[in-house]
Each structure stands twice: as C-alpha cells, then as structure tokens.
Design a protein around this ligand. Structure first.
Ligand code: PMP
Length: 427
C-alpha cells in the first residue's frame, strides 16, 4: 500500500474541523446494523471528538490512512502496539517468513523458545516467560499465578488503573457480578500510606499487589511511579510473601527494554507485557521470577491462538530492532521535540496546556477543561490538518516519528492552538 506522505501540516489548512468521509459514513451505517453499537470498546469513534474516522485502510511508518484516503501523522500508534512504525519491513519480513511455514499449528514453533530466551535475557527480573494474545490475558494470568502461588485471594488494585476488560478488572460493571471483584482492595497510586492500609486490610489473605508501570488513568495528568511508592510496593509484598505484579502492558518496551521499573531499581515478581511487543501483531507475555515457576506450571491458562508462530516471529524481530535502534531513546527525543513545540505554541497563544507523562507517551490536557471540550476542539482542528491526536487518553510515539513528522504535527497544532485561544476568549 502506498501512502501519500507529508500531508500533515503543509496542506492548505481548512478553517473548519474534520468531517467524516463518505466511505467511513457508509461503513458505520452497515456496522450499526450487524455489530452492537457499531463497534465495541475503546476504539469506538463515538468516544472520540466528532469528525474522527472510525475505519482505516492502512498505515505506513508513522502515518495512517483512513478509508476515505485521508492520511494522518499517527500519534496513537494503534493505541500502543505500533512501536517501530506501521508495516515495519524487518518485522513484516520475519512474519512473512514464518507465515510461509505455518502460523497456527498443532503446537508452537521453534520461535516460542527463541522468544522466551530473548525475554529472559532482556527483562531484568525474568527467569521465565509465557505467552498469550492480549494484555487482559496477561494481567489475568498474573493474578491467577499469584493466587496459585500464595493460596490467598486478595489482590490490591490502584483506583482508576486499567488492567483490561475481563470481569475482575473491567472499569464498566455491566455484565459482571460483585463476586467478580469481591477480593479486590483499592488503594491510591503513588500513595505508600494508602497502599500500606490496603495491605493491612488484606491481612493474611494478600495474594498480590498489581500496579501499572506509571499512572496513566484516562483524562488525568500522568504520573511516573515515585521511587518511594515503588519501594513500598516491593517491600510490602515481599514482607507478606505476596506477589508484586507490574502491569507493563501499556508502557512496556517504550520506556525501557528491561521493563519499565528497571530504572527505579525495582524488580517485580511478575510483569505483564503486550501492546508494543510485536509491533502490531497479536501477542502478550508474562515474565516471572523463579519462585513463581511452579505456580505458573499449575495454573491452566491457554488459548487457541496463544502459540501463534507468526506473532512470535514478529516479536523476535521487533525486540531485535528496538534494541538495535535504541528505540526508547529515539521515541523520547521525538516526544520531547513535540512537547517543546506544543509548549511554545501554548505560551504564544496564552493557553494553559498541561503536558504529562514520559515523552514517549504524551498526554495533553487544557487548564480548566473539565469535560475536555477544548481538547476535543484542539484535536478536531489538528485532525483536519493531518495529525491524529487524542484529547484525553495518553498518546504513543513510535520510532518512525522523525523530525519532519513531528514538525508536521506542530504545523497542524499551531492553528489548532489558536482555535483554542479563540474559544477561551469567547467563553
Ligand atoms: N493493562 C494496561 C495497562 C493497558 O493499557 C491495557 C490496554 N489498554 C490492558 C492491560 C489490556 O490489554 P488488552 O486491551 O490488550 O487486553
């Protein structure tokens, strides 16, 4: 698929926000008849500002093309999985080579062992690895392994953290029972006292503490885990013989190839990875320490597609390439260029813009914008000029975002920032 490059920013900037294209509209009408709500989950366009496309034709590098042929510099990267760029040649070549041999066979391919060895070599705490398809599979397997290892039930979860869509963790209670969450105890992220209180409440029944790598709750400034919090999580779980699980599904392999808490010097007992592990191929992984190996053998966790050799081949190529290009640093540099450019634009326009999180996973929120109306306006205006942003979820950089792509985004956000300034004056 050939995508016209360089559309972002330099194109004549229309005064209005983007509107849905005719092919997207037609697909939505068909989908509404045969798919409940037209789409499930977080990628439903209804949760995005008006004018955002629902359907996409393809992607290449750091750009995506919607079904109507509009090309955007992509700052969502498929909500995280794209870490090297869409259709990365080395990853796709590895996937094609494996596909030629077979994908879904009677058992795994050699790549399973290669990949487990790679993760054990890369991830600081990992003595072993297991694979699944989605992030929810991995976080759920972690909780099961922790309960199997300890023979206990209570799992401590930070308020507002997302760990997936299974009944034990989905943020929307429809279709779940109280019993599904009966053994969860809430605490506040980055608050060691609140964590200690939850540990005390769990008493002798504490199986695990599960924490995301950083605080990346929807529509709230992101926070890196503080050293004091990470140390408390590590110490409290160790004292109680409980399992410390880092849910690295969203941040894993974007911030640090050893695991996102490695720079803090904290080694979890289990980590859940997914999104970026295979550059868009469906794969998740749990890595763990030796003392949990026996419990990980005992739990029955599996799936028809959990041994997909193509995804594993793609993961091997992805991890190799991430190391070769030192991708976290590349993404951090691109994210920093974006952050500084946006800060300059906001200052010039007199707009209060808060930017939070690591530069590889930026979140933009406007001061006083409780319902993200200014965020929606900003994103719509940028979308019309070829930049695909999100008004309240953290975004994702990939290693294909070069200076030209970031500058194209900034060319799109300059008039978008001016539109926000005008809206503020009219308030
Ligand atoms: N944990 C975290 C931190 C996530 O961000 C996500 C996905 N957004 C999940 C778990 C669940 O992953 P999946 O959607 O692949 O099941």
């Amino acid at each position: 698929m050939a995508i016209a490059q360089g559309q972002g920013g330099s194109a004549v900037a229309p005064a209005s926000a983007a509107t849905i294209g005719p092919l997207d509209r037609a697909l939505r009408e068909r989908a509404a008849r045969v798919i409940p709500g037209g789409l499930w989950g977080h990628q439903r366009a209804a949760s995005l500002p008006e004018g955002y496309p629902q359907f996409f034709r393809g992607g290449e590098g750091c750009r995506v093309e919607d079904v109507d042929g509009r090309v955007y510099v992509d700052l969502m990267c498929s909500w995280g999985p794209i870490v090297l760029g869409h259709r990365h040649p080395a990853v796709e070549a590895a996937a094609q080579a494996q596909r030629a041999l077979g994908d879904c066979l009677d058992g795994p391919g050699e790549v399973l062992v290669d990949l487990a060895e790679t993760l054990v070599g890369m991830v600081a705490h990992a003595d072993w690895a297991m694979f699944q398809t989605n992030g929810t599979d991995a976080t759920t397997a972690c909780v099961m392994i922790a309960r199997a290892a300890t023979g206990r039930r209570k799992v401590l979860v930070a308020r507002g953290s997302y760990h997936g869509s299974a009944p034990w963790c989905t943020p929307v209670p429809a279709g779940t029972t109280e019993a599904d969450r009966q053994h969860l105890i809430a605490f506040d992220y980055n608050d060691p006292d609140s964590l200690a209180a939850a540990v005390a409440q769990a008493g002798d029944d504490l199986a695990a503490i599960i924490v995301t790598a950083l605080r990346h709750d929807l529509a709230r400034d992101q926070e890196l885990a503080t050293p004091a919090f990470a140390q408390a999580a590590r110490a409290l779980s160790a004292e109680r013989g409980a399992v410390l699980i880092v849910d690295d599904v969203r941040a894993g392999f974007r911030l640090d190839l050893r695991g996102s808490w490695a720079p803090l010097g904290i080694e979890p007992d289990l980590s859940a990875f997914s999104k970026a592990i295979a550059n868009g191929h469906a794969l998740a992984a749990v890595t763990g320490r030796d003392w949990l190996r026996e419990a990980a053998t005992r739990v029955f966790v599996t799936g028809s597609f959990w041994c997909s050799a193509v995804s594993m081949a793609a993961a091997l190529a992805t991890l190799r390439e991430l190391r070769r290009v030192e991708a976290p640093a590349v993404m951090a540099r691109a994210g920093q260029r974006l952050r500084e450019g946006l800060a300059r634009q906001a200052a010039r326009a007199g707009v209060g813009l808060r930017q939070s999180g690591p530069p590889q996973m930026p979140l933009l929120l406007f001061e006083g914008d409780v319902e993200q109306k200014l965020g929606a306006l900003f994103c719509q205006q940028a979308l019309a000029r070829g930049a695909y942003l999100h008004p309240k979820h953290n975004m994702f950089l990939c290693a294909a975002h070069d200076d030209a792509a970031i500058d194209a985004v900034l060319a799109a956000t300059e008039p978008a920032m001016a539109a926000v300034a005008r809206a503020l004056k009219e308030r």
